[in-house]
Design a protein around this ligand. Structure first.
Ligand code: SF4
Length: 402
């Protein structure tokens, strides 16, 4: 039985590298065309090639989303694009149109076709039919309960991918035109304006009928499936997918690392104790900015899983610096400032090889070796005396004041 895959999102090359360095087995990214996040994509064709080469050094895979809902005009150039992805060694495309399967077979025969969650595959017959059409993997709809996932998995003859973390649509994924109607941006062609997350007041004609002090949102709480990972491993799900192609490098690093360690511990010990699950949940909280929940996995998706008037939970930790290097002779880290912090603050370092090490900021210097008391210029490079070794790619955070 092969080990379950941890699949992470990335908005740009840097975040994709972070995801792989922090333990993702595969990353999924969108190019500037044909992708649901195309407006936000920073992946030029050359970047996709560079990512493919980088991933191969780590034995990781790269999947590219080609998941817009195609209208006739959208097909322009698709064959050349698919051929290019195959040529640079992309492992799979994530598609929502079955019409792309024969195109992929002809233009890039080594590339797999993964069926996007937008097809809302929630039963074994749908999965079987998609396999008959040539699917190499099916991403289940986020609306499946854990019992249903187990049931589908028992009968599936094609690998299944399941969402475990991140934002949820208030509608069935991809079956929403809120954004189209409110902003003329087509959610299914890369333009979702997240209209469900906006804040609303409720009027009956001219009369305000919602609480004047409370703005309403139509948004779901985020998904957090930490309590179900063991069952997903045991029922042979092939891949665990983190949502969040718009998220920061801090979010990617922290969430990927947490699930990486959790998965490895389950394989090593056979199961996860309640204490360990609570520890990992606390780690996930360090990167969350909205309340989270187990979504549809428990089988009951009631009002408690909606945000309504609840605003963001607020992250418990602020990401304050990225480590670019470490001089082990002088114990000096070269860091890039991401958020405000000061001499005397207690920080925590974490990274692929650094496990939540706390320290007090004592000495910081700028590039002229002038002492710095307050780090408040984003992207500024500073040097910091460390009580322990850190590594390139580590991150520093502090407990949030919120
Ligand atoms: S507006 Fe909200 S529910 Fe609709 S597609 Fe966008 S994120 Fe999903």
């Amino acid at each position: 039985m092969s080990k379950i895959e941890l699949l992470a999102p990335a908005k740009d090359l840097n975040k994709a590298r972070i995801a792989i360095m922090y333990g993702a087995d595969a990353v999924y990214v969108g190019g500037k065309f044909y992708s649901l996040r195309s407006r936000a994509s920073n992946f030029e064709l050359e970047d996709l090639k560079e990512l493919s080469e980088f991933a191969k050094q780590y034995g990781a895979k790269v999947y590219v989303t080609v998941n817009i809902v195609f209208h006739d005009d959208d097909y322009y150039g698709i064959r050349e694009y698919i051929r290019y992805l195959g040529k640079i060694g992309i492992d799979a495309v994530i598609i929502s149109s079955l019409a792309l399967i024969p195109i992929v077979r002809q233009e890039a025969p080594n590339m797999e076709c993964h069926i996007s969650t937008q097809l809302s595959s929630l039963n074994s017959s749908a999965v079987r039919t998609l396999k008959d059409f040539g699917a190499d993997r099916v991403v289940l709809g986020r609306e499946a309960s854990m019992d249903q996932i187990e049931q589908i998995s028992r009968k599936a003859s094609v690998p299944l991918e399941v969402f475990i973390h991140g934002g949820m649509c208030s509608n069935y994924s991809g079956r929403c035109t809120l954004s189209n109607r409110m902003t003329l941006r087509d959610a299914n062609r890369g333009g979702c304006a997240h209209s469900c997350r906006w804040k609303y007041r409720l009027y009956d004609g001219e009369e305000l009928i919602s609480d004047p002090d409370c703005l309403l949102s139509m948004s779901s709480k985020d998904l957090r499936a930490s309590a179900y990972i063991e069952r997903m491993i045991n029922c042979n799900v092939a891949s665990l997918k983190i949502e969040g192609r718009m998220k920061s490098e801090y979010y990617i690093g922290q969430v990927v690392k947490t699930y990486r360690k959790m998965i490895d511990e389950i394989y090593e010990k056979g199961s996860l104790s309640e204490e360990r699950l609570a520890y990992y949940d606390n780690e996930l909280t360090k990167a969350e900015n909205r309340p989270s929940d187990d979504g549809f996995l428990s089988g009951d998706c009631d009002n408690s899983k909606h945000l309504y008037g609840v605003n963001g939970a607020g992250v418990t930790h602020d990401y304050v610096a990225f480590v670019h290097g470490f001089d082990s002779k002088r114990n000096i880290a070269q860091i890039e400032v991401k958020n405000i912090f000061a001499r005397g603050d207690k920080l925590e370092a974490f990274g692929p090889r650094t496990d939540n090490l706390s320290f007090d900021v004592e000495f910081m210097f700028d590039e002229n070796w002038d002492s710095v008391d307050l780090a408040n210029k984003p992207t500024q490079i500073l040097y910091m005396r460390m009580p322990f070794a850190v590594h390139r790619g580590d991150m520093l955070r502090k407990v949030s004041r919120r």
